[in-house]
Write a protein that binds this ligand. Sequence first.
Ligand code: FES
Length: 108
Amino acid sequence: LRVIYKQKDDSSQQLEIPDDAQSVMKAAVNNRVKGIIGECGGVMQCATCHVYVDEDIADSLPPISDQEDEMLEGVATERTEHSRLSCQLFCSTVPVEELTVYVPETQY
Ligand code: FES
């Protein structure tokens, strides 16, 4: 999976993620993508991995679980219908070859 992380200032970083089991959060943290913190390590306790996904893809991603939904209520920037926790987006479950995510201005 190729993930493009777009920042508020229009800069972006592109990663090729070979490991299907990896999450969009983990790959970002491992590659020091700005603005994705992933403080809890991916167990839905921090909401510092919030991203906005492209609207074209939002509906084809795996549904938001109750716990993800609860955590999304507490994100630092506005929650929209395209908000996701990137720790819950595993490469194997993304049905496209290239995914663009928009990193919010802040996670705190
Ligand atoms: Fe903590 Fe996603 S990394 S909720």
